[in-house]
Design a protein around this ligand. Structure first.
Ligand SMILES: [Zn+2]
Length: 167
């Protein structure tokens, strides 16, 4: 039969029933045990019987009143465990899913921003518009041509001011 790498066999699960009922299993074994029993009717039956006997004996020993529904108790315990784990897995998946969506949206945002600003065309010769220089880097103040133009413009303005002042 198909068996996942970390799954328990029926023999392994049944050998752990006493320890499970006594709460003696480590986390890893308890996890595998719960998942096996949840999906295996035979072992669940075995667990119900053993749980009922062991718990009844313990309750008699302690002079406690006997539980009325041993089977329901143990099935509920296994089911609650497995469902909690499943919910946990779903939450992790949702978290990673949202992270993925956020990354995609951010990526699309970056792609759209860079395509909007790409390719600024400057003509090298105002007389001949076929001779162009195309800048496709980061725009505005990081664009060297833009920088050179504004520097030229401001020195021209300063020069005109200085001519006016010397009149
Ligand atoms: Zn089994």
């Amino acid at each position: 039969m198909f068996k996942k790498k970390n799954e328990m066999t029926c023999a392994q699960a049944q050998s752990l029933i006493d320890d499970y009922v006594g709460g003696l299993l480590d986390e890893e074994s308890e996890n595998l045990f719960n998942h096996h029993v949840y999906g295996c009717e035979a072992c669940m039956e075995e667990l119900k019987v053993n749980y009922s006997i062991l718990t009844a004996l313990k309750q008699l020993d302690a002079g406690e009143e006997l539980s009325e529904n041993f089977e329901g108790e143990v099935t509920g315990k296994v089911t609650a465990y497995v469902e909690k784990k499943r919910l946990h897995r779903i939450l992790i998946r949702v978290a990673f899913g949202s992270l993925f969506v956020i990354c995609v949206i951010f990526g699309m945002f970056l792609a759209s921003v860079s395509s909007v600003y790409n390719d600024v065309t400057y003509s090298k010769n105002p007389e001949d518009t076929t001779v162009n220089f195309v800048y496709d880097g980061v725009p505005d103040y990081l664009d060297p041509v833009d920088k050179a133009i504004s520097k030229y413009n401001s020195s021209a303005v300063n020069y005109i001011h200085s001519l006016k002042n010397s009149e």
